[in-house]
Design a protein around this ligand. Structure first.
Ligand SMILES: Nc1ncnc2c1ncn2[C@@H]1O[C@H](COP(=O)(O)OP(=O)(O)OP(=O)(O)O)[C@@H](O)[C@H]1O
Ligand SMILES: [Mg+2]
Length: 442
């Protein structure tokens, strides 16, 4: 018996398009053009899965979800289809029991896969579950407080157990990779691989082979077959770091990989399949890049299903004491020193830093203090001088500050970029980009 899908969307053409594709894939389809009609359909019929638009005139998707829940229909998996894929939408819909997201414009092949995967999951649970469970505990390899990352952790609890693509944005050193890893560790894929591709580190030719692998003899130097990360991350998570740097040609291939879960190795004919969850990260404004024509819009939509924005450390300074204690434990252990805490002056001085390198910079500062410390307390003298201009001249724009700090670090190190990057607590690559951005090249 074919399964029954209810499509709820107020755009008639969109509904029809979905209906036709679903029917071609062998499903029976009910239609509703708003929440009220949708409630009637589930009252009178057995429905196996709902595809739900959020923004509708008569009764929107959220209202429908909460009514459906009250009616005891929470066992039906709901996939939310929306052009408004922002965190608020996502979190709200998930709280109301949605199990998955797909962003507009909908790729129909991907749609069928989403539907199939969610139907299978619902039936393998044995009973209706009413949406995937929001995790109670969240394993996170760092620290966070309610005032800082706390609200983000709430979102991560919801998104981690789904297969939704997550796009993590934030300045360098804000913890993007740590957050990506935590999503994996709290997902159903936790026993599978977590692999990272740094999209900025490689040139155009190498990145493709790194991502999708190559056949033997595909190019000079390809002496044996090599599997790419996309293939190796099967049943696990693929972390695309610095995704904004992805060359345009690779963007197209990645798009196909995400949409259809199909790819070819470089120099290969055969289409291969891989079941990967994508988490991407960038410190660039991808929307801006799309507007400027530097990043494919369709890929952006695919990646931006569940955006997570990590605030810079200067906007969550209340987390600094906790972080310092965490790093003290970490480094005193690794340097085999007994440091039990810090003086008041130490913290006062630390709070004067503006942290362009965010948590990584803080971590480096504490590490250095521990090295210098020969008592059991960290003292102000163990810290370098914070940039006094930063503290005094609040009106100064952050960019100016950043530029100045970078310049200072470069001068201090005789323009040795590796050393300067260390001082600033950023990666060499980040420093390189900043030097370009601020035209500090010598
Ligand atoms: N909440 C946290 N608690 C403890 N340590 C943290 C936290 N967030 C980040 N860190 C540490 O700070 C450092 C930088 O984090 P991470 O590499 O995840 O940043 P990033 O955003 O990926 O930076 P970049 O853009 O430069 O790659 C890491 O050593 C990480 O372990
Ligand atoms: Mg990173």
């Amino acid at each position: 018996m074919s399964r029954k899908i209810l499509v709820v969307d107020d755009e008639k053409n969109h509904r029809l398009m979905l209906k036709i594709h679903l029917q071609e894939a062998g499903y029976d389809v009910y239609e509703a053009s708003n929440g009220i009609e949708a409630l009637e359909v589930i009252d009178e019929n057995h429905v196996d899965l709902i595809l739900l638009d959020i923004k509708m005139d008569l009764m929107d998707g959220f209202t429908f979800l909460s009514h459906a829940k009250q009616k005891g229909a929470e066992g039906i998996p709901v996939i939310v289809i929306t052009a408004y894929s922002n965190v608020k939408t996502a979190v709200k819909a998930m709280k109301l029991g949605a199990v998955d997201f797909i962003s507009k414009p909908v790729n129909t092949d991907a749609l069928i896969e989403y539907v199939e995967a969610n139907l299978q999951e619902a039936s393998s649970d044995g009973k209706a579950t009413g949406g995937k469970q929001v995790l109670k505990d969240y394993k996170f390899d760092g620290v966070y407080s309610e005032e800082g990352l706390g609200s983000i952790i709430e979102m991560l609890k919801m998104v981690a157990p789904t297969d939704a693509t997550v796009l993590i944005t934030g300045e360098s050193g804000t913890g993007k990779e740590l957050v990506a890893k935590s999503i994996h560790d709290n997902s159903n894929r936790k026993n599978g691989p977590f692999l990272a591709v740094n999209c900025a580190a490689l040139n155009e030719n190498l990145i493709e082979s790194e991502m999708f692998g190559h056949e033997k003899g595909a190019f000079t130097g390809a002496t044996s077959l090599k599997k790419g990360k996309f293939e190796l991350a099967d049943k696990g998570t693929l972390f695309l770091d610095e995704v904004a740097e992805l060359p345009v040609v690779t963007q197209a291939k990645l798009l196909r990989g995400i949409q259809e879960k199909v790819f070819e190795r470089v120099g290969g004919e055969k289409s291969l399949k891989s079941d990967v969850r994508i988490i991407a990260a960038t410190n660039k404004d991808l929307q801006q890049m799309v507007d400027n024509g530097d990043f494919r819009e369709d890929l952006f939509f695919r990646l931006n299903v569940f955006p997570v924005k990590l605030p810079p450390l200067r906007e969550r300074k209340s987390e600094i004491p906790m972080l310092v204690e965490y790093f003290i434990k970490k480094y005193s252990h690794s340097f085999n020193k007994y440091v039990k805490g810090y003086t008041r002056d130490y913290m006062d001085k630390l709070l004067k830093f503006s942290f362009p390198g965010n948590i990584r910079e803080l971590s480096n500062l504490v590490e250095r203090s521990i090295i210098l410390c020969n008592s059991d307390m960290l003292e102000a003298a163990h810290l370098p001088e914070p940039d006094t201009n930063t503290a005094k001249n609040k009106s100064m724009d952050i960019k100016d500050n950043e530029r100045m700090l970078i310049l200072k670090a470069l001068k201090q190190t005789d323009y040795n970029k590796t050393k300067a990057a260390e001082i600033l607590g950023v990666s060499r690559r980040t420093l390189h980009n900043k030097i370009k951005e601020y035209e500090l090249e010598v």
